[in-house]
Design a protein. Structure first.
Length: 370
């Protein structure tokens, strides 16, 4: 939808009602990804594309129908042997499209999603057509009881925004189930690993597996052979604190300091502990951790800031190898991200998939605002 921002804003500025068609599911081969959008205004003007031409004509007619009736519509399109070039997808796939009317009352919801600078989730109820824009600290919309029955929708949307995922979800609310389409407009969260070690190589692979965009940074060019760190999306030759001072980070970012060298560790940790990021961890023995904390206090880090430091880094799994250590670090990050107890499931009575709706944003509010 953000690729149509200029057109939608012009229509909204003119007070023009329009129909928005969104690709909500794809099975098999299809020209466009889930979340692709097409819009048609009351005058019949059309912008955007759902299939590169295969189903646009049929969707266009349905958009005009929705504009007239105001009733949302959910349609499936697939390959048809008898009429492959009319409505069916000639590539052999199947798609589902949801079409609903956007009126003046929903313009503020759409605008909350269009700002490319802000991560946001677009939520659309596939039965009623109610829409919601969800950001880290607020939500804009109508047709949802976010203080009561539909709180689970808000939590699910925030979790999906944290992960940068897009999908249809059936969510159990207080008195009913809602089927909603959630589209996340956010880049993947970042993991920045400092220190070109074997442990860092294993952690880069784990970070990529968990869905992070992984950056490895070290000041020593000799150790930064990209072939040695295939899990990293990028490697950076720079002093850690200098790189971090200009790096783009947000409340989902995790920072892992594995260099195990005070001349690298202390300057970068002194910066990291004052940034609004999700996780700061540092490798080292308990003795090294005590010395590190003493040096950080001398550098002006407060006790409140020090409580954010996960050091020694990772959960106590008893691992020894770089791979086992990386698994322990990844497990600690997941436990923090999802509100897990880090205890064996057999020893708890909690739901196996964790507390619904726990997210970095909620954790950050607790950490930074008490």
């Amino acid at each position: 939808m953000r690729d149509l921002a200029a057109h939608l804003r012009r229509w909204q500025a003119a007070g023009t009602t329009y129909a928005l068609a969104t690709l909500t599911a794809v099975r098999g081969s299809a020209p466009r990804p889930i979340g692709a959008t097409m819009a048609v205004d009351a005058a019949g003007s059309v912008v955007g594309s759902l299939s590169g031409g295969c189903v646009e004509s049929a969707v266009y007619e349905h958009c005009l129908e929705v504009l007239e009736t105001g009733e949302p519509l959910r349609k499936a399109f697939g390959y048809s042997d008898s009429d492959a070039f009319a409505v069916g997808l000639t590539c052999g796939g199947e798609v589902e499209v949801f079409i609903h009317r956007v009126t003046v009352a929903e313009f503020a919801v759409v605008e909350a999603v269009l700002d490319a600078r802000t991560p946001a989730a677009w939520v659309c109820d596939l039965a009623s057509g109610a829409v919601l824009a969800v950001r880290a600290d607020d939500a804009v919309g109508a047709g949802f009881d976010l203080d009561g029955a539909d709180l689970a929708v808000l939590r699910q949307a925030r979790d999906m925004l944290d992960a940068g995922s897009t999908a249809v979800r059936v969510i159990g609310c207080a008195d009913r189930e809602r089927m909603v389409f959630v589209q996340s407009f956010a880049p993947p969260p970042r993991m920045i690993v400092f220190g070109a070690t074997d442990f860092a190589g294993a952690l880069c692979a784990v970070g990529r597996l968990l869905g992070y965009r992984v950056t490895l940074c070290d000041a020593r060019r000799t150790f930064l052979d990209h072939a040695r760190f295939p899990g990293a999306h990028e490697v950076v030759v720079d002093w850690p604190h200098r790189y971090l001072s200009t790096a783009e980070v947000d409340r989902r970012t995790v920072l892992c300091v594995l260099s195990h060298d005070p001349k690298f560790d202390i300057p970068v940790l002194a910066q990291a502990l004052r940034l609004p990021v999700a996780y700061v961890g540092a490798m080292g023995s308990r003795r090294a951790d005590r010395a590190r904390r003493t040096e950080l206090r001398a550098a002006g880090i407060t006790e409140h800031e020090l409580r954010r430091l996960h050091s020694p880094i990772g959960l106590e799994l008893g691992g020894r190898t770089p791979e086992e250590t990386a698994l322990a670090i990844g497990a600690e990050i997941v436990a923090l991200r999802r509100g897990g107890s880090a205890r064996p499931l057999s020893r708890t009575g909690r739901p196996i998939h964790g507390r619904e709706g726990h997210s970095w944003s909620g954790w950050c509010r607790r950490v930074f605002h008490g």
